[in-house]
Design a protein. Structure first.
Length: 534
């Protein structure tokens, strides 16, 4: 009974202007809002909804927010705190009248008010407003809004809004109990929702497919639509996980390039490489806080300022570590491994003592927030930015290695250290700069990971093992192999996780890497040279 009355009321929204013509009817509508009789209030709401006056929307919104007050003399006022405005004119009043009482609402009036506001939004001149109203009605599934949707469809010209209105109408129809005389209408609604896709449409169609009250033809059409939507949802889910894997692989790429350089040039297994990532993330946070305090206008680009700062800080620390510790341990791989592992524990504890053991939040700037919908997947802007950033860093590193004297010397030392030394290359200097470059790249990885992961003293431990796997799998010292291995491991892990779980996915990837390394000990893209081949 309530739904029938609401539906009748919505029809009255379109007839109100005819039944109550002219400015007199509009004035009576304002008076009716303050009436104690619900029928008069319902009529007033319907009249205001079709009046076309911007003040009508303000008054109805104030009514829904419980800010509309009625005076004993019939006046209506919108009151918020100490501010009081005449509801009819929108003009402020000098003194608040005595005896104001809030206009009371009940369920019938709330339903009518929601329908009136939706109707007004569907008739708005801006297509974006009408589209938002259609989206809201699609989510509500209110049977009382069917007349409103049908009227809006009859006058809508915009193709996108019209499509969304048809989908909202289909969802609303299927939300009602099945009846014999609505079989064709419900069958059409099933086809319309099947074209929409998405979890919400699937939920509605799944309910229709399982309902014994539905006609067999409608139920079978809904079952076929659910099966088709499930297949598409699975495909888009795989694509979404693959995108997450690409962003994760980009972080591994940034971290593993540093390892590939240090291990390829110096043969050093740096267990403190993950802590360079962690320091890069903390440097990003410190730069953000410093800019927020000193130059607030630059806060939106703080992440860009942090990129060179993190590279310089971590690169400088890398040079100091190589000169102060690593250079005394060349040719002693076990001692190097233990020394860098101990250094990683020292760095973790130092950061824990300075910043505390809890996670800190690195704020993502507004221009990196949000996402872009592509089919059934969301492309988040921060992960997309990490992909672009990793590509730019890899391209810049390629230029350094191929077009600069330092790059030439590093490649020479990588291929044959003894011959490079005999040719006059200062290998200790190359070692220090290579270690600093690798640590700087780890700092850049920390800047990137701060946008998608928690920043804590244990941050580096989450990436160091995967980074080593990338270096070994791709080929020690080969950047193209590092790129291929990072993307393969990143995507493979994220795609397998929903099917077999996170831990099982890690184990499966590790087993596959081990099997591949048994057949190809030097990885996918082994470095070739006389020193390497010998």
């Amino acid at each position: 009974m309530l739904e029938m009355r609401s539906a009748c009321l919505v029809v009255a929204l379109w007839l109100g202007a005819v039944l109550l013509p002219g400015a007199c009817a509009y004035a009576d509508a304002f008076s009716g809002l303050g009436s104690a009789r619900p029928d008069e209030m319902l009529g007033a709401i319907s009249t205001l909804a079709v009046s076309g006056d911007p003040q009508a929307g303000t008054v109805l919104r104030a009514l829904g927010e419980r800010h509309l007050f009625a005076a004993p003399d019939g006046g209506l006022y919108i009151r918020q705190g100490e501010t009081c405005v005449d509801a009819r004119t929108g003009q402020p009043v000098a003194t608040v009248p005595d005896g104001l009482k809030p206009v009371r609402l009940n369920n019938r009036i709330r339903t009518a008010l929601a329908g009136a506001q939706a109707s007004m939004a569907l008739l708005a001149p801006q297509a974006e407003t009408r589209l938002k109203a259609a989206d809201a009605l699609y989510a509500r599934h209110d049977p009382a809004m069917v007349p409103t949707l049908e009227h809006a469809l009859s006058v809508e010209k915009d193709a996108a809004v019209r499509t969304r209105l048809m989908q909202a109408r289909a969802a609303t129809i299927l939300a009602q109990p099945a009846q014999q005389d609505t079989q064709d209408q419900r069958l059409e609604a099933v086809r319309s929702l099947a074209a929409v896709g998405g979890l919400e449409a699937r939920g509605i169609l799944a309910g229709v497919a399982q309902s014994d009250a539905e006609a067999p033809q409608v139920r079978h059409a809904a079952q076929a639509a659910v099966s088709s939507m499930d297949w598409h949802l699975r495909a888009w889910s795989v694509a979404q996980n693959a995108f997450y894997g690409l962003s994760y692989g980009s972080v591994l790429l940034l971290a593993a390039t540093g390892l590939a350089i240090t291990f390829g040039v110096m043969g050093v297994i740096n267990m403190a490489h993950g802590e360079m990532m962690m320091i890069g993330a903390y440097v990003t946070w410190m730069v953000q806080q410093a800019i927020r305090v000193s130059v607030p206008a630059l806060e939106p680009v703080a992440i860009l300022v942090a990129i060179p700062v993190a590279f310089v800080v971590c690169g400088g620390m890398g040079v100091l570590i190589e000169r102060g510790l690593i250079r005394f341990l060349y040719g002693r791989p076990l001692e190097t491994l233990l020394a860098t592992w101990g250094l990683s524990l020292i760095l973790q504890q130092a950061v824990r003592s300075i910043f505390g053991p809890t996670n800190i939040a690195v704020q993502t700037p507004a221009w990196l927030s949000g996402s872009v919908a592509v089919g059934g997947m969301d492309i988040t802007l921060n992960r997309l930015a990490i992909l672009v950033f990793a590509a730019l860093v890899l391209g810049g590193l390629m230029l350094v290695l191929r077009r600069t004297p330092l790059g030439l010397q590093m490649r020479a030392v990588t291929q044959n250290r003894r011959m490079a030394a005999l040719m006059g290359i200062r290998t200790p200097r190359v070692d220090a700069l290579a270690f600093g470059l690798g640590a700087g790249l780890a700092g850049l990885a920390g800047v990137a990971v701060s946008q998608i992961d928690n920043v804590s003293p244990n941050l580096g431990q989450s990436y160091i093992i995967d980074s080593f796997m990338v270096v070994v799998f791709g080929g020690v010292g080969n950047l193209w192999g590092t790129l291929a291995a990072a993307m393969a491991l990143g995507m493979g892990g994220k795609v397998l996780e929903p099917a077999i779980g996170a831990v099982s996915a890690k184990i499966a990837i590790l087993v596959l890497v081990i099997l591949y390394i048994q057949r190809h000990p030097r990885g996918m893209f082994p470095v070739r040279g006389r020193g390497v081949e010998s």
